[in-house]
Every structure is written in structure tokens, then in C-alpha cells.
Design a protein around this ligand. Structure first.
Ligand code: AKB
Length: 313
């Protein structure tokens, strides 16, 4: 059967790069990008683009029938910091969009789903270092609660109805093509922009707050690798732990200073500190390595080089 892919939330930080990567791999016309609002010109002009609210079941069902879609990447979501401000909107968006695609897969209107989870599924009682795949999960944030519930629903639809849904728990993602929006790990992108434009950055987290992070190229590669893997190899149908590196604001600042010696960092923690404090310092991703051969390529030094050379003059 001819592959036909729909990306929901294609104009966001991950959706943008996923759209480019999938279009490069499978051809522009195979990949339908959609979002509730318009995004970058070159993204919208690089193949079919549709305005779509992922929570609107009828509109989604119609679009899927029209383009004969068989694979959906559901990237639309409200992230951790914004979700604390709008809990019900976050719950509605994060859960209803997921139910929509799970139901369509159960009804055999699509064959395969990618849905991102997050390190936010973990909470203050989770072991902080090398957090294992299966452990205490008591998320204390609105976003984390929605992701943990989503994981249980993915597992349920797979077990009960054979839905082929695949997922990873993304760490904080660092990218230069599109800005993140509304997350707690966003500082790790903003810092590069400010280092280049102002040689200084005021961080909303404390200097020693270590969080799991990943360069976007690794995140996209992991996503494609998981989606291309043989279904039988995928043993985890909630969501896989995924890791590349961990660092604190102080450590990322040091790595930037190696390139911009007069860069200065200041600290003014806000409400996002509590969110960060509830998350792990580092993640053990051995199941992803074992089941589908995952291995990260970018450490902090390589990430800093890539970010500064792509964003710089
Ligand atoms: C956020 O900070 O909310 C996200 C995430 C870790 O899922 N980047």
C-alpha cells in the first residue's frame, strides 16, 4: 500500500523538523503537514499543508479519508510551563487529540501512530539518576499527568485492540530551526540565541539544575528509527525512555564560553524551577537500545558547535 503520512502540529519545534525529514525520506507529496495555525513559509511550501485542529474528530477523519492517510505523527501538545497556566486547555488538547487518533486506528482508518511522551511522566518520588524505564511515576505537573495518562491509553489500545502506536519519552530538545514554546527545558535553546545576540542570558532555572537533554537531529533519528522498526521488536507500548546527555545551566554556559569567552549567565529562577526539580537528572534508555538499536550521537560539545554555527553570523 502507498505510504501517506499526516503530521499534526507540524509547525511546532519537533513537527517542523519531522516534516522536513519525512519529506526528504518519502517525498514531499507523501507527507501532509497540518497545524491549527500557519508556520514557516518554507515548511508550508515544501509540500501539502492543511489548517487543522487535532481535537476536531470529524475534521481529522475527513482529512485522513481525503489523503488516504495510513500513518499519523501527533505532535500537537501544550508543554509543561504553559500547561501549568491553562490546566484544562492542556488536558483537553493533549488527551482529546490522542483519543482521536487512537479511535481512528482502532476503526482501522489508520495503521500506525507516533505519539510523543516526555521525561515529565516522572515526578519527585522517581529515582533521579539513570531513571529506569519502569519505576515510580507520580508526575506533579499538569503536562506530566497528561503524558502519563496518554502512555496508559496507548498501552491499552495496543493490548486490547492491536493498535500499532509507538512512543518515546523525549528529554528537553535543542534545535536551531524552530523555537520551542512553553516548555521548562526551553532555556537550553534561548541561551544560544541570547549568547549570540547579547552575550548574556538570564536563566529561569538555578545554575545546578541538571536535566536530560537531546539535540534535535538525534530526536528525529530516534523517531524515524522507532517508526521503521519491525512491530514485533517493539516491546514497550507505553513509551520508551530515550537519552543522549544531561547538563545544568552552568555546564551549558561553560560550553558556550569555550566559543564566546565574554558570554555571561545570570540566574533568576521562576515557577519553572519547581517543574524542573520534579524531573530526573538523567535517564537509562537500555530498552530502546536493546529493542530497536537506539544510540545517541550528539553530546553537549557537539550540540553547542552545531547551535552556534547554524544560528551565528
Ligand atoms: C518541556 O519542557 O515541557 C518539554 C518536555 C521535557 O517534554 N520540553
Amino acid at each position: 500500500m502507498k505510504k501517506s503520512i499526516l503530521i499534526l502540529g507540524a509547525c511546532g519545534q519537533i513537527g517542523t523538523e519531522l516534516t522536513y525529514a519525512l519529506r526528504e525520506k518519502y517525498g514531499s507529496d507523501t507527507v501532509i503537514a497540518s497545524d491549527i495555525r500557519e508556520g514557516k513559509e518554507d515548511l508550508m511550501n515544501s509540500g501539502p499543508f492543511e489548517l487543522l485542529d487535532a481535537t476536531d474528530f470529524n475534521a481529522l477523519e475527513e482529512l485522513i479519508a481525503y489523503y488516504e492517510i495510513n500513518e499519523v505523527y501527533l505532535m500537537a501538545a501544550m508543554l509543561s510551563a504553559t500547561a501549568e497556566k491553562f490546566p484544562m486547555r492542556a488536558w483537553n488538547l493533549n488527551m482529546n487529540s490522542l483519543f482521536n487518533v487512537l479511535v481512528l486506528a482502532k476503526e482501522k482508518k489508520i495503521d500506525k501512530i507516533f505519539w510523543p511522551s516526555s521525561i515529565a511522566v516522572f515526578g519527585p518520588n522517581t529515582p533521579k539518576n539513570s531513571t529506569p524505564q519502569n519505576t515510580i511515576m507520580e508526575p506533579s505537573t499538569v503536562y506530566g499527568i497528561s503524558k502519563q495518562s496518554g502512555e496508559r491509553w496507548c498501552n491499552y489500545y495496543h493490548t486490547k485492540f492491536g493498535v500499532d502506536v509507538r512512543s518515546v519519552r523525549y528529554p528537553g530538545l535543542i534545535s536551531w530551526k524552530t523555537m520551542p514554546g512553553g516548555g521548562t527545558t526551553d532555556y537550553a535553546v534561548e541561551i544560544y540565541h541570547k549568547a549570540l545576540s547579547e552575550k548574556s542570558y538570564t536563566c529561569f532555572l538555578k545554575e545546578d539544575t541538571r536535566l536530560p537533554m537531546m539535540f534535535m537531529d538525534d530526536a528525529i533519528r530516534a523517531t524515524l528509527l522507532l517508526m521503521e522498526s519491525d512491530s514485533a521488536a517493539i516491546k514497550v507500548r507505553s513509551s520508551y525512555n530515550l537519552a543522549a546527555m544531561s547538563f545544568s545551566p552552568n555546564e551549558i554556559a561553560t560550553s558556550i564560553k569555550n566559543h564566546i569567552p565574554d558570554f555571561e549567565i545570570f540566574y533568576k529562577p521562576d515557577f519553572r524551577q519547581d517543574i524542573a526539580d520534579s524531573w530526573p537528572n538523567s535517564i537509562d534508555d537500555k530498552e530502546a537500545r536493546r529493542d530497536w538499536g537506539w544510540e545517541a550521537e550528539f553530546n553537549l560539545e557537539r550540540t553547542t558547535e552545531k547551535m552556534l554555527s547554524n544560528l551565528g553570523p
